[in-house]
Design a protein around this ligand. Structure first.
Ligand code: HSE
Length: 361
């Protein structure tokens, strides 16, 4: 799915001009490759080291298992090209840079000059949080942050998006008679929905539990300290992307909700000092050209600060910004971003362009 969005975005931005693409597949070698305006071609075998070795840049959205298998083989075969990866497998490797150029272009440029050839897109919640709030870290204003996430189905892949809609349909179908009867009681409707989501026919193969009409407070695997791997990434990746030293603690609870493809996050920030709210708002608004400060107003928040409003766009709104009653150093904010765009495909697309510029290609 990230690969499909990447192809769409590259077409929309005219990125194929000057590129000689070769498409690879782990399962469909020999079948027609996507036509990106350069005529028909055939999918190559993604396990073919010799074929991959002929490339200047390998761009992969295939997933960590393929990366873990093929990256060492290619490097061992002497390949010195640039590896650009959406999967998490290599993110924390010492010789890899996590790419999010609106926030860390300087880190990327320094790494390129030092010979770096391994570039990895960040975790979606991390990239989206930094697209919204990264400016506060760059100012040195963040002592620590908690992030409580509301993550969309798309983060689990295409099958989970379909399963969410299938769950919604099952609920709607079973409740239709009561819903269509204005005289039916809300409690009866609730009981029907509860019976449906607990029923044995309810589709939960991918999520492992009902997501529609519910939330799932667990994403990815358990870590030794009780966090999930998704929660662990929040700290390690954000600190690595910004090159923070000393590290700023970031932690929280990652939760799956019934949004389709935009993640949201509620943030609590302990400031290093009592920064005036107007200064905070100015820094947020200037974080990136895509970051949008949303006034703390009900109508504007409901219109602009939701997955329904953001999905399919590059805008990263940040709103509900205010000091908490815990004290003037405690700030809260809410942010939303498209998980497939700035959360995945867009940093990859932009890095490919940057690498081409650097290589003069
Ligand atoms: N792991 C994320 C999620 C998506 O499950 O929502 C990829 O970064």
């Amino acid at each position: 799915m990230v690969g499909s969005v990447l192809l769409q975005r590259m077409a929309a931005e005219g990125d194929w001009v000057g590129v000689e693409p070769v498409f690879f597949s782990t399962s469909q070698a020999g079948q027609p490759a996507p036509d990106v305006g350069q005529g028909p071609s055939i999918l190559q075998d993604a396990g073919d080291v010799a074929a991959l070795k002929g490339l200047d840049i390998v761009v992969t959205c295939q997933g960590g298992a393929w990366t873990n298998e093929m990256y060492p083989k290619l490097r061992a075969a002497g390949w010195r090209g640039h590896w650009l990866d959406a999967a998490s497998a290599l993110r924390m490797a010492d010789d890899a840079v996590i790419v999010l150029d609106p926030l860390n272009r300087a880190v990327m440029d320094a790494a390129f000059s030092a010979g770096c050839t391994t570039w990895v897109g960040g975790n979606c919640t991390v990239s989206l949080m930094l697209m919204g709030l990264g400016g506060l870290f760059q100012q040195g204003w963040v002592e620590w942050m908690t992030s409580m996430t509301y993550q969309a189905a798309s983060g689990g892949g295409a099958k989970t998006m379909r399963e969410l809609v299938a769950q919604m349909r099952a609920i709607g179908d079973d409740a239709a008679r009561l819903l269509d009867s204005p005289a039916s009681a809300a409690l009866a409707l609730d009981q029907q929905v509860t019976d449906t989501v607990r029923g044995s026919a309810f589709p939960t193969t991918n999520f492992g539990a009902p997501l529609a009409a519910s939330v799932l407070p667990w994403i990815d695997t358990l870590q030794p300290d009780g966090a999930t791997r998704e929660e662990w990434k929040g700290h390690v990746e954000a600190n690595k992307i910004l090159g923070l030293n000393p590290e700023v603690p970031i932690d929280g609870i990652c939760v799956r909700v019934g949004a389709m493809r935009s993640h949201a996050q509620a943030l609590t920030i302990k400031l290093t000092r009592d920064v005036p709210l107007a200064d905070i708002e100015a820094v947020i608004a200037a974080t990136t050209p895509w970051t949008q400060l949303v006034p703390n107003d009900k109508a504007v928040s409901l219109a602009q600060l939701t997955p329904a409003a953001v999905s399919g766009t590059l805008t990263v709104p940040v709103g509900r910004v205010r000091k908490l009653r815990m004290g003037p150093q405690f700030l809260t904010a809410f942010t939303v971003g498209d998980q497939l765009l700035w959360g995945a495909a867009e940093p990859m697309r932009r890095t490919l362009r940057i690498l081409r510029e650097q290589l003069g290609a």
